[in-house]
Unconditional design. Structure first.
Length: 130
């Protein structure tokens, strides 16, 4: 695959797929863009979230479902970000024990996300739920 990024990749926080600033981060981002593995892995993660449905899942649960298709948990976490940035995944508003005393987000497909909170932090009591 050709390097069509002109040597410049977007920053991770803005695009979901990119680099975090350092040269090694940029090299890694260039590699996964150029060999197509990022796009393939994003598709795998999205399909796994489809299978979890409205219950959603943590990154660790997605990794468990994809262990034979992705190299590690970090890869899954890295592929969730572009799905959030693109509006395909959303925060469920729930957290689960991620092990080692750390709570982690449960992500869901955007169509299953709870409605956003109003300016006062309250959800609409009369909003329709699908």
């Amino acid at each position: 695959m050709n390097d069509d990024h002109g040597g410049d990749l977007p920053h991770y926080r803005k695009s979901g797929i990119g680099h975090r600033g350092g040269e090694t981060s940029k090299a890694g981002a260039r590699k996964v863009h150029n060999d197509g593995s990022a796009a393939t892995q994003i598709g795998l993660v999205l399909n796994a979230y489809e299978r979890f449905g409205p219950a959603g899942a943590t990154a660790a649960a997605i990794y468990d479902a994809l262990k034979d298709k992705v190299p590690n948990l970090h890869t899954v976490r890295s592929r969730i970000r572009p799905l959030v940035v693109s509006g395909k995944l959303a925060d469920s508003g729930r957290v689960e024990d991620g092990g080692f005393g750390v709570m982690v987000k449960v992500w869901v497909l955007a169509r299953y996300a709870p409605p956003p909170a109003d300016a006062d932090g309250q959800r609409d009591l009369f909003a329709s739920v699908t």
